[in-house]
Write a protein that binds this ligand. Structure first.
Ligand code: 9Z3
Length: 402
């Protein structure tokens, strides 16, 4: 039996082929139980609930995985967005790549914001007789007190009120299993459910029947040890010794299949009737961004595609919708942009200009109410989320009985 969906299959057939060929993640039953209780709690409260997906998915090269393919996503978009959804009164299921950025703790985690840099030992009191002790309390440095208090209060509020459920995944297959289950469990929410798919999902994977069980070997093994070490046939991993190569090392050739597009199934099967589905489209070529976002919207018939370019994603995004105005840019005003090492400000406006055939309308949007100023500038999610909440409100109004 084939383990990879083929292009001629219907989305439903592709779904059963894919999910029948992978074991569900070990943590799925536990996550389902947590999610069921969480959804139930917020259905009772008639609260809106958003599923935020965040971070990159891995593509393992071996069943007993030593090596895998990954992508750049740190989970910033997802973690920051989750905070603004909570601020807007939503409950949040945060389906994230394990060890990527998390709402609230992202302010003090990873190497760029190491929590140790925010702390100090309490100074020795400036009084006579005071001596250096080995047990001085640890305190937050005075310059960070206000910001940390603010973050801590919001974090505590979310925890105390059971507003944030954190569920981790690592591989593409774990992500897909979790997404399917969560969407189905969210059905009782009806139009109060929102899907915000910011995770950077792999487009390619190795189907299970071509996956090596053990670590792929980089050199030839003697005959009696090579059984079962590599996949059958040389489809993915070819490594024939080439005559001119003096070393005994192999070349690794990886042959990946496309990951079936499950957005169809999410919109048309898994997600609750009346719910809102928002996907992201990431491109690097400004010429392609709007076209690709429009194509995705047409293909999956959902409600909103948020397009972003790798180099400008912290300063501008485009909302592509089925209804007018069809294409709307949201930008952080120039004077309030954080300076990102990885970004390229010169590219802001390019994707819009390429479509319009002239210069972009530029720095018009952004900077309205709801935004938040930090020493690093305005976070674009503070502009995205309120806009999205308005669109969601409109959808809910359309679905509620007159
Ligand atoms: C995005 O486009 C996100 O905004 C980013 C955020 C991944 C760029 P960071 O985590 O980056 O803040 O560093 N996510 C969606 C990318 C994606 O895989 N989309 C799929 C596609 O383009 C459709 S769901 O085909």
């Amino acid at each position: 039996m084939t383990s990879a969906p083929t292009p001629d299959m219907t989305p439903a057939e592709a779904e059963s082929v894919y999910f029948n060929n992978y074991p569900p993640p070990k943590s799925l039953p536990k996550h389902e139980a947590l999610a069921r209780a969480f959804v139930d709690y917020h259905v009772q409260a008639n609260r809106r609930l958003v599923l935020v997906t965040s971070g990159g998915t891995t593509v393992p090269l071996e069943n007993q995985t030593v090596r895998f393919i990954d992508n750049f996503s740190a989970g910033t978009r997802g973690a920051v967005s989750a905070e603004y959804f909570l601020q807007q009164g939503y409950a949040v299921i945060f389906l994230h790549r394990q060890f990527s950025l998390l709402p609230y703790s992202r302010h003090y985690s990873h190497s760029t914001n190491c929590f140790l840099d925010f702390m100090d030992e309490e100074p020795v009191p400036d009084v006579e007789g005071a001596s250096e002790s080995d047990h001085r309390p640890i305190v937050v440095r005075s310059e960070y007190q206000d910001q940390m208090r603010d973050v801590l209060r919001k974090y505590r509020y979310a925890k105390r009120n059971n507003l944030l459920l954190l569920l981790p995944f690592t591989t593409i297959s774990e992500y897909l299993f979790e997404l399917r289950s969560l969407a189905q469990l969210m059905r009782p929410l009806g139009s109060n459910a929102l899907f915000y798919l910011a995770a950077a999902v792999s487009d390619f994977f190795i189907p299970s029947d071509r996956m090596s069980e053990h670590k792929i070997q980089s050199s030839e093994l003697p005959e009696h040890l090579s059984q079962g070490q590599a996949t059958d046939g040389s489809d993915i991993y070819t490594g024939g010794l080439e005559a001119q190569q003096p070393s005994r090392s192999k070349r690794l050739v990886i042959d990946l299949d496309p990951v079936p597009k499950f957005l169809h199934r999410l919109v048309d099967g898994w997600a609750p009737d009346g719910s809102m589905v928002v996907s992201f489209k990431l491109e690097t070529d400004p010429n392609l961004l709007v076209y690709k976002a429009q194509t995705a919207l047409r293909r999956y018939a959902h409600h909103l595609v948020i397009g972003n370019l790798l180099t400008t994603r912290k300063w501008e995004v485009v909302f592509v919708t089925p209804d007018a105005p069809h294409e709307r840019w949201i930008r952080v005003p120039k004077s309030r942009r954080s300076k990102s090492i990885s970004g390229s400000e010169a590219q802001v406006g390019l994707a819009e200009a390429k479509r319009a055939g002239d210069s972009a309308s530029g720095e018009t949007s952004g900077g309205q109410q709801g935004e938040k100023t930090t020493s690093e500038g305005v976070e674009i999610e503070s502009l995205i989320i309120p806009e999205l909440v308005l669109l969601h409100s409109n959808m809910i109004a359309k679905h509620s009985p007159q």
